[in-house]
Design a protein around this ligand. Structure first.
Ligand SMILES: [Zn+2]
Length: 347
């Protein structure tokens, strides 16, 4: 059957390229894709195949069908543009200017688009985007964020460590497991108030349908006088409505993180059922990520007086918010980094 498909494909393509007018292209369409066309007939035989053969041949038939459809579309367009000359590689002139319709422009990757959108949303309320090293000292990633020496996140199984000399004060070198490592770096600049948005690559030892070893996080940090939980809640609400849409709501639940006190887990209403509960979300809410009021110990590590100043922080996954956005359905997060053009072209 595979050989038969290849013969059909080659036959179809040469016929299409030789078609002299729209009547001929239509006849070819009927011959291959029409109700009794060769491809249509093959599609009908698929259910009779064994379970092992079916998926492979099924996708092959569809691939050939798409190729024939695409070639037909291009030929029809060329005929309409009066390009009567057949596509002939030996006569292909690389200096010929291309027409506007031939121009295939690429676009920014889905994740880059999301990063730009998130940056623009936070710019509106005064956050400045910063970037800090992604190869970082343990001290900035863990110690200064109030992680005890024996915390499991420091384990080799969670974090990628770099083979480099260990610093007496700052410890070993690692790939940042979270964007929170930028918090104390920002504080140490010594400029208050702080309204930081740190978006960067982060790395953890994980790979499954909802995790990739490299992913992106965006970290917000606000430090100043009289910063309260209500400021955190207001910022979260603003982001949720700007990014996900006016009809989505957010809530915070008590949680535990080393570097915030109190700490919260932030949820947003499900985009499908809007909070009523459905098969996807079960209870109407989806988990967005962590947030909280900056722990006094962390402020001290950043040379900021916790008696005088307070702040809040949040750190969420870019890929995660992307997947939770209305109208975007990604079954396996890893496809974002697989260079699959068919997938990427959709966005
Ligand atoms: Zn739902």
């Amino acid at each position: 059957m595979e050989e038969k498909l290849i013969t059909i494909k080659n036959n179809a393509i040469s016929l299409i390229l030789e078609a002299k007018n729209l009547k001929e292209t239509e006849e070819i369409r009927i011959q291959f894709l029409g109700r009794n066309g060769e491809i249509t007939q093959l599609l009908k035989t698929l259910p009779k195949l064994s379970k092992n053969e079916r998926p492979k041949l099924g996708s092959l038939v569809n691939e050939v069908k798409n190729i024939i459809e695409d070639t037909l579309t291009i030929r029809v367009r060329d005929l309409k543009n009066n390009k009567s000359n057949n596509v002939n590689l030996s006569k292909f002139d690389i200096t010929e200017p291309i027409t506007e319709s031939d121009r295939k422009l690429g676009h920014l990757h889905l994740v880059t688009q999301a990063i730009r959108e998130i940056t623009a949303i936070f710019n509106e309320i005064g956050f400045t985007r910063v970037r800090y090293p992604e190869i970082e000292w343990d001290w900035y990633a863990f110690t200064s964020l109030n992680f005890p020496t024996n915390h499991p996140a420091r384990d080799d199984w969670e974090t990628f460590f770099i083979e480099a000399p260990v610093d007496e004060k700052k410890g070993p070198v690692l790939l940042t497991p979270h964007t929170s490592s930028g918090q104390v770096r920002e504080m140490k600049k010594g400029k208050l108030p702080i309204k930081m948005l740190n978006i960067a690559k982060t790395y953890r030892r994980q790979s499954d349908v909802s995790h990739t070893p490299m992913f992106h996080q965006f970290e917000g940090l606000v430090v100043g006088e009289n910063i309260a939980i209500s400021d955190l809640k207001g910022t979260l609400n603003y982001f949720v409505k700007s990014y996900f849409g006016e009809n989505r709501k957010s809530r915070i639940r008590p949680y535990h993180f080393q570097f915030t006190e109190p700490s919260f887990e932030v949820d947003i209403t499900c985009g499908v059922c809007l909070g009523k509960g459905c098969r996807l979300c079960k209870e109407g809410w989806l988990e967005l990520g962590g947030a909280g009021m900056v722990h006094p110990a962390v402020l001290k590590f950043g040379n900021i007086d916790p008696e005088k100043y307070s702040g809040f922080a949040f750190g969420w996954g870019v890929e995660r918010v992307l997947m939770m956005k209305e109208g975007i359905k990604i079954d396996d997060l890893r496809i974002l980094y697989s260079n699959d053009m068919d997938f990427l072209k959709q966005f």
